[in-house]
Design a protein around this ligand. Structure first.
Ligand SMILES: [Zn+2]
Length: 133
């Protein structure tokens, strides 16, 4: 490993997680530099909004935001519409199928059809407003 590389490993807003040990995954919200840790990052947890922990760059790796993590945030939150409790669930999303070009060549008819697929969602228990991953 080359020391003295000046390119920061991560930038603000990057999604990172700890490489080992306790689970911590979230967004880079700040940087720090100390004698022992020339390059360190403050990471706000996805699952615990507002909770920040700091780690040296070497303890972090890039992470892709997972649906689970997004859901963890939402599941703890309230409906943005009515303040009701959000509950995880599953929605059936019908697959759009392109039909024959039968409208004089103006375009392609797209209609609900196909097998459909189950997608995870979170739904307000009060007003029914839902989000899907
Ligand atoms: Zn609601």
């Amino acid at each position: 490993m080359t020391e003295g590389t000046k390119t920061p490993r991560f930038k603000l807003g990057d999604h990172v997680r700890k490489t080992k040990g306790s689970e911590w995954e979230g967004r880079v919200v700040g940087t720090y530099s100390t004698t022992l840790t020339p390059e360190g990052y403050a990471v706000e947890s996805d699952a615990h909004s507002g909770s920040v922990q700091i780690y040296p760059a070497s303890a972090l790796e890039p992470a892709t935001p997972t649906v689970d993590a997004a859901f963890a945030v939402l599941a703890k939150g309230r409906c943005p519409k009515c303040g009701g409790i959000m509950l995880p669930g599953v929605a059936l999303e019908s697959t759009l199928v392109a039909g024959d070009k039968d409208l004089g060549g103006d375009g392609i008819t797209v209609s609900p059809g196909g097998p459909g697929k189950l997608i995870p969602c979170i739904k307000c228990s009060s007003c029914g407003w839902s989000v899907t991953g």
